[in-house]
Each structure stands twice: as structure tokens, then as C-alpha cells.
Design a protein around this ligand. Sequence first.
Ligand code: GLY
Length: 422
Amino acid sequence: MRVLVIGSGAREHALLLALSRDPQVDYLAVAPGNAGTSAVAEQHDVDITAADEVVALARKLSADLVVIGPEVPLVLGVADALRAAGIACFGPSKDAARIEGSKAFAKDVMAAAGVRTATSEIVDNPAHLDAALDRFGPPAGQQAWVVKDDGLAAGKGVVVSADRDAARAHAAELLESGHPVLLESFLDGPEVSLFCVVDGETVVPLLPAQDFKRVGDNDSGPNTGGMGAYTPLPWLPAAVVDQIVDEVVKPVAAELVRRDSAFSGLLYAGLAITSQGPAVVEFNCRFGDPETQAVLALLETPLGSLLNAAATGTLGSLGELQWQDGSAVTVVVAAENYPGRPRVGDVITGSETAGVLHAGTTRRADGSVVSSGGRVLSVVGTGADLAAARADAYRIIESVRLPGSHFRTDIGLAAAEGRISL
Ligand code: GLY
């Protein structure tokens, strides 16, 4: 099978490495890729948001399967263009990708499917903002205001704050730039990312994971695209995963089918496990980053066969997924000043070490690898349990050098110490 992966992050590096372990996959390409993915796939520099360029590349490479990593090409309809050209694609249609592209659409689908989620209100007129903040603030018994960009914001459109002025300032800034704002009630409880491979009403869950969105240890500082993750979750009973599949993901998949927007690809449910049960924080229409890097490190089922089954309508006959025992941990190494404007152009050493996945990296003419983005590397450790996987990840990080970089030291720590309970 000839596979083309679209994207340039550590998620795509992880997808490529897992695909390269599949004996059915005999050729791998990536567009545009990064300095690390060139070791495993042929690199092609196309505009991944331009459907015609992606289709032309897939044709030129005689790709049997195209796997789209990031949300932007999906929301723009690149998967539709590939399917229209007769090329199998792992990734939802433009219509189905609205589950991530429009929070208002996702809320509507969840309401129709009877799925528990935060109460919410869309504000698109600055004159209505203060009254809406009063309806959603802590005086109503909540711990914080939750203010989200209604559209795509690469994980950074969300402010969760007990400070009304901070919440208001974020909402006002979004409104001023023409973005409708979603105000939500705060969902209390540990968070879970559950990735499900979905084709229509067929739902195959992967291992549950947890990611760390704040930049600093102990969840301090601003939100980021994700600073680390671990899988599986020792504190989450298997029955709760079944409950999420049955009460959240399957009803949403069925509702999308009912609306003629059947989902085919990776449906990512981000949930809080509240005292009333699992409640949806958000849906994404693609693999999550950095959870994918940890989840795929434990997947034994050949990934190409799994993704191809979803893309070709045969997911139902695939059988149970096989997983390696133990745990996996991702720790993200970020550039100086991330999640603000990151410093780029610094030389990285040690990035070829096993377990180091590349994201914001590029190769200079002199052959050195330099930073080119905010989240630069994902370091993945594995072990017999979470403590061992953490130790492995932080041991690998010791061999990497990037001036000014930072990473969290507490990824998976609370769970490893048994400090998370339901
Ligand atoms: N892990 C967060 C995201 O992928 O959006």
C-alpha cells in the first residue's frame, strides 16, 4: 500500500513511524513534513490547504491512501476532493469536519444526540457580552468562565479563568476581530481524550489518554496546543470508556449519519469526567496532538490496515485492536517564549535519538536541524507502567539540546502517584 500523510507535526511523525511498521505499507510520503519525517518518508512541499495540489500530488505518487493529519485541510474539504478523484482518504468530509470547525454545530449535534456537554451560549454582538458573562460566571456556582473562539484556533482560542476581566478581555478581542464567541459553563473533573476510528456508525476506540494544555507545571500559565500526554489512564475504569463510546461517540456518529454528514476518520472526544458522568468539552475531527504520539507507541495492530479499513468502508470487519502492555508518555519540548511568539532558528542537537519526534523543525543547507515553530519536538517514553514510561521520556529528553527551550516536568505525575480519582 502506498500512503501519503498530510501535515508537518509530531502527530504526523508518529503516524508515519506507525505506518512504517505495517508490512502492508511499502511506500510512504509526507507533505510537507519536517526535518524528522524525511528519515521515514519522501517529502513533498505542497500547500496542504489547496485541494487541487493535494489531489495532484496523490495522483503523481499513485497513493492508495491519503491520511490527513491537521484540521484545517479537513475543514476546507480536501478529503472530499480526494474522494471525488477516486483516492481513498482517512479524514472526514468538509460537512462532517464541522464537528470541530464550528462549536455551534457541535453543540447542535450533541443536543440532538442527547449527549451531555457544558451549557453554552454564542455571543456575536459585543453589546450582549456583559449580560452573557453574568449568566455564565462563578456566581452561578461555577469555578471559572470558559470563553472559546467559535471557529478553529489551534488550541489557543480558549481562556478558562476565574477572573472576569481576563475572560471579558479575551471575548472582546475575539469579537473585535470578527469571531463569534462561545461562553460555556465550567466542567469539573479529570479530562480524557478518547480517539475513535469512525466510519458512519462503526466506532472503534483507541486507548484513552490525557493531555496537558497549560504551559507550566501544576497547570500554571496560559493554554497551549498541548505540552504532553500519557496513556492509558490507570484511574479510568474500562467501563467508563465503554460508557463514552455508547453514550457519546456512537450517538454523535449516528446523528451525523442522520444529517447526511456521515463521519469517516478519527473522531476525537475531549471529555471531563464529572460527578454526573462523562461530559463533552470538545470534539475534534482528527488525531490529537500530543496524545497520538503516546497512543500510537502502544498500538500493535498495523496502522495502515486500520486507517485503510475506515477509508474503504470495511472497519466493521477489522476485529479487535491489539495493544502493547504498559504505558506511554509524551513530553513536548517547546521553543523559548512559546505559547507567545516563539524564538526560531536555534540549532537542535540530539533530535535523531530514538523516541524523539519532530514538529517545528527544519533542516538547514549545512545539514543542521533548527527550530521553526513553537512546539519543536515530542519525546515519547514507554515502560511497564506510567512511572517507568515517565522515567524513559525524561531520560530521552536529557539527550536533546535546544537553547531557551522549556518542557513540563509533571506529565503523568499525578496519575503515576495515584492522585487522580473519580
Ligand atoms: N490535544 C489537543 C488537540 O489536539 O487539540
